[in-house]
Write a protein that binds this ligand. Structure first.
Ligand code: FAD
Length: 458
């Protein structure tokens, strides 16, 4: 890079949003500079989606070892070799990391390692050099948040970043926050043999999901021996001789070896020159229009940095949208209700579209029809000995506007649910499709048969 080079696009941050934009923009012939201070792939690859799913899978294997006798298989669970678990998890991450590095290297992308700062509406400074661009994309992501007076020490009071590399299975853990990240780690640790308590201030676990899904998850967690306190807020934490004691605003206290703070993630937008360049932010989140453009015409922003769903596939989609817009294509704005959402724990919670409560607000209570299909009648689920339920939310005589599922492996079924929602399919049209037997997918078909007035096994 010399000072006279002007890139079509300079991207700050190489996580899901930033690298997807870089790949798509280079594919469309744009000259791209991608600046990353840490590791290409960002949170999702190194501290998020991928390593957590490896831990969950190790947990599943542990559960399978415990439950072998139920299937006539002699097996015993002999504990967790945490070093072995980390080796497996790190192997998954490093394999994907190498692939991604190779992909970026093979494209016309100038990859710059270093901490960047926006120096004007059309430039980013990094390693003492200025990278000029016709456009700049901000994709600096998010980091774990804490609460006032609660210091994350990385040992007894930890964030998800620490939980992923913890060199021991805690005997007991308190998880502060019953959202996606909290329930995921609660599930992993329970499978690994820890005593787990979740503290959630709102009345339900995974409170953004349909209330029915929350209640089913709570029932399943209770059955697994995970305890939780709902509807009371965290008041303070103090160290005990060998752990942490947490006090809630209702006076209750809980003690455990570690406290995982999983109350959400805040945007990385401070001290990076965003405000000086005139970029509008709200509570640190960069404000954008439906094309991910900020109030400064040359600056776009994507991913966890903007106030849309904090999901890797949303970051990918937003990055691609920006690349296509800057290349002169006419991308369609994202319908965020149509984004599939999966909470990965045992059992899984998956959904697309709106909740029953939201549908009633949108269409009127008397216009909303719901149907619940229990997996008890589904052959494959019986074979797997897994329980669960699919709930459909329909506008009377119209399309299905919400699909909400709880059950092991049902996250894999969210793809069809997504097509149903996004193509505004009528229940009778879905029911007309033949679903393979015996699969869990069949349950989605049967739920629609029932909603279309032609129930087969229910
Ligand atoms: P990030 O991935 O955070 O990337 C931002 C990048 O910018 C980072 O690499 C950072 O180093 C870099 N950066 C920041 N500042 C600078 C600077 N000044 N100069 C240069 N570089 C900089 N999502 C899912 O869809 N599915 C899941 O299963 C899932 N599981 C998750 C589990 C956990 C525990 C966590 C924490 C998150 C999970 N997520 C999941 C969310 C997902 O990881 C994020 O939504 C996604 O990573 C956001 O992408 P991003 O590009 O906006 O930000």
């Amino acid at each position: 890079n010399d000072a006279s080079t002007v890139f079509d696009l300079v991207i700050l941050g190489g996580g899901s949003g930033g690298y997807a934009a870089a790949l798509r923009a280079s594919q469309l012939g744009l000259d791209v500079a991608l600046i990353e201070k840490n590791k290409l792939g960002g949170t999702c690859l190194h501290q998020g989606c991928i390593p957590t799913k490896a831990l969950l899978h190790a947990g599943e294997i542990a559960d399978a070892a415990r439950e072998g006798a139920e299937f006539g298989v002699r097996s015993t669970f002999d504990g967790i070799d945490i070093a072995g678990v980390h080796k497996y998890k790190d192997g998954v991450v490093s394999g994907l990391y190498k692939g991604l590095q190779g992909l970026v290297a093979s494209r016309k992308i100038t990859y710059v390692e270093g901490e960047g700062r926006l120096s004007s509406p059309t430039s980013v400074d990094v390693n003492g050099q200025r990278y000029n661009g016709r456009h700049v994309l901000l994709a600096t992501g998010s980091v774990p948040r804490s609460l006032p007076g609660l210091t994350i020490d990385g040992d007894r009071i930890i964030s998800s970043d620490h939980a992923l590399v913890l060199d021991r299975v805690p005997k007991s853990a308190i998880v502060l926050g019953g959202g996606v990240i909290g329930v995921e780690f609660a599930s992993v640790w329970k499978s690994f043999g820890a005593e787990v308590t979740i503290v959630e201030g709102l009345p339900h676990l995974v409170p953004v999901e349909d209330e029915n899904s929350s209640k089913l998850l709570e029932r399943a967690f209770r059955k697994r021996g995970i305890t939780f306190s709902l509807g009371s807020f965290f008041q303070g934490a103090e160290y005990t001789d060998d752990g942490v004691r947490v006090t809630l605003d209702n006076g209750k206290t809980f003690e455990a070896e570690v406290l995982l703070v999983a109350i959400g993630r805040g945007p990385v937008s401070q001290g990076l020159g965003y405000e000086e360049a005139g970029v509008a932010t709200e509570r640190g989140f960069v404000q954008v229009d439906e094309y991910c453009q900020t109030n400064v015409p040359t600056i776009s922003a994507v991913g966890d940095l903007i106030p849309t769903l904090q999901l890797a596939h949303v970051g990918f989609a937003e990055g691609i949208l920006v690349a296509e817009r800057l290349a002169g294509l006419s991308p369609v704005p994202i319908d965020y209700d149509g984004v599939p959402r999966v909470t990965y724990c045992h059992p899984e919670v998956a959904s697309v579209g709106v909740t029953e409560a939201r549908a009633k607000e949108l269409y009127g209570a008397d216009q909303v029809v719901t149907l619940k299909y229990n997996l008890g009648g589904n052959g494959k689920s019986k074979i797997l000995k897994t329980a669960g339920e699919i709930k459909l939310v329909q506008v009377r005589d119209g399309a299905v506007v919400g699909v909400h599922m709880v059950g092991d492996r049902l996250g894999e079924q969210v793809g069809e649910a997504q097509l149903i929602y996004n193509w505004e399919a009528l229940p009778a049209e879905v029911a007309q499709l033949i679903h393979a037997h015996p699969t869990q997918n069949e349950a989605l078909g049967e739920a629609h048969l029932a909603l279309a007035g032609k129930p087969l096994h229910s």
